[in-house]
Design a protein around this ligand. Structure first.
Ligand code: AMP
Ligand code: MG
Length: 410
């Protein structure tokens, strides 16, 4: 079987994206406790001002700042204490009047009339309800204004954001108890190869331990996908078909690894062609690593099929560039942050192919990227790499001193 109609990585993603956008992007509503780690499917706008009242950031006395203009260590200013604000309640008619002050705890409501709060450390109560203050304050000092944290109408969190713990705090503060998020894809992983044994087994002559099942499952989990099934299957047509059919019934994405090139026992393309009603959409991508890559989409069951190369480094990179990126694009996630770094040595690009080069980073203010070469089938260098940079299809390579943008490994 020949590698026909080689696509760029983007073409491969777009072909899948066009077909699965409608059927494969489901959303659901989750409560705040389940929101972290999920991808927002709506933009959240503030309907309130937070804080909704002027809030003190210290324990102290609410004052009119001009009353303390001359206050200092040597000559404190004297104010009359006219009341105390209780935390969690409104000041009940209390007002700061000239020459007077009101006690306010941290987080308390700053009464009308006051324009600053002086910290308790600078205050000393005296008999007769008087307070000596040994420090001046400027207007606004120690007060968070109404709406200073979030104002009514502010965009709080945008669609496509992967919610972090602190984001759930924003939602809680804004009174948003439920949010609409994308339903993660259910993923099945089928590793194929007569040579594969499990990680708990001792490989015999010509055998190796199955790596891809574990890297791809873990990478899926890290992206938030739901890994519903993994299977390691021999290069046996019937066994693979059976595994693919079961996986199709249970998942949104069926990932095969191995058997994607043109060897005698390589069946990915043929089987994906049979199982996906689109037929094979992409047969080979113009990428290094990762040329033998196959995709298909079965509309009837709404299932994406991907045949990844067997080589672990290639399988992981192709998975990243196809399915993970597709998910991120469809769910409106921003591009991942990249770290600018200086390349230390010559790195050639593969002509006509997009090259993904693993690197290790060193250095502080100006990071240096040293290429890591993982020969076919090797995994330790992949693990030692901090990330990778891309070289476009028409690029010849990079030279020492060139700057590149490194995507950090998840
Ligand atoms: P294949 O695409 O099946 O020809 O596999 C290419 C290379 O990747 C071969 O050397 C396989 O032994 C190796 N390989 C395939 N699947 C796995 C796997 N799940 N874990 C580790 N290596 C694999
Ligand atoms: Mg194989």
């Amino acid at each position: 079987m020949k590698l026909l109609n080689t696509d760029t990585v983007k073409e491969a993603r777009d072909k899948l994206g066009e077909r699965c956008r409608e059927t494969m992007l489901r959303t659901e509503i989750v409560g705040l406790r389940d929101a972290a780690g999920r991808i927002l499917a709506e933009t959240i706008i503030s309907h309130e001002n937070i804080p909704p009242y002027r809030r003190s950031i210290v324990d102290g006395y609410a004052v009119m700042s001009k009353d303390l203009a001359a206050a200092g260590d040597m000559i404190p200013s004297m104010l009359k204490i006219t009341g105390e604000v209780l935390l969690g309640s409104d000041p009940a008619g209390l007002r700061a009047e000239p020459g007077c002050c009101v006690y306010v705890p941290t987080g308390g409501y700053v009464p009308d009339g006051a324009d600053a709060v002086v910290m308790i450390e600078y205050c000393e109560p005296f008999a007769g309800g008087m307070l000596a203050v040994s420090k001046s304050v400027s207007a606004g000092e120690n007060i968070v204004r109404i709406g200073e944290d979030m104002a009514e109408g502010d965009t709080l969190l945008e669609k496509g954001r992967k919610l972090r713990p602190q984001d759930t705090g924003v939602l809680a503060a804004a009174g948003v108890c439920e949010v609409r998020v994308f339903v993660p894809w259910r993923v099945s992983i089928i590793s194929t190869g007569d040579e594969l044994v499990g990680p708990g087994e001792k490989p015999g002559p010509g055998q190796i331990r199955d790596i891809n099942t574990y890297t791809i499952a873990a990478r899926s989990g890290a992206e938030g996908f739901d890994v519903v099934r993994t299977a390691s299957v021999r290069d046996d047509r019937d066994a693979i078909v059976k595994a693919l059919e079961t996986a199709r019934d249970e998942s949104d994405v069926v990932i095969m690894s191995g058997g994607s090139s043109q060897g005698k026992k390589d069946m990915s393309a043929e089987l994906i062609g049979e199982l996906a009603d689109s037929g094979v959409l992409t047969h080979g991508i113009a990428a290094k690593p990762g040329k033998p890559t196959i995709t298909g989409f079965d509309r009837a069951s709404a299932t994406v099929f991907i045949g990844l190369p067997g080589h672990p480094a290639a399988a992981l990179m192709v998975y990243e560039q196809t399915l993970i990126r597709l998910w991120r694009e469809l769910t409106c996630q921003p591009e991942e942050r990249r770290l600018r770094a200086r390349v230390t040595v010559n790195v050639p690009a593969a002509p006509g192919r997009r090259t993904f080069q693993l690197v290790r980073l060193s250095g502080g203010d100006m990071p240096e990227a040293e290429p890591v070469f993982a020969r076919s089938g090797m995994i330790l260098p992949v693990s030692a790499a901090d990330g990778y940079f891309e070289m476009e299809e028409n690029r010849e390579g990079v030279r020492p001193g060139d700057m590149v943008d490194v995507v950090l490994w998840k």
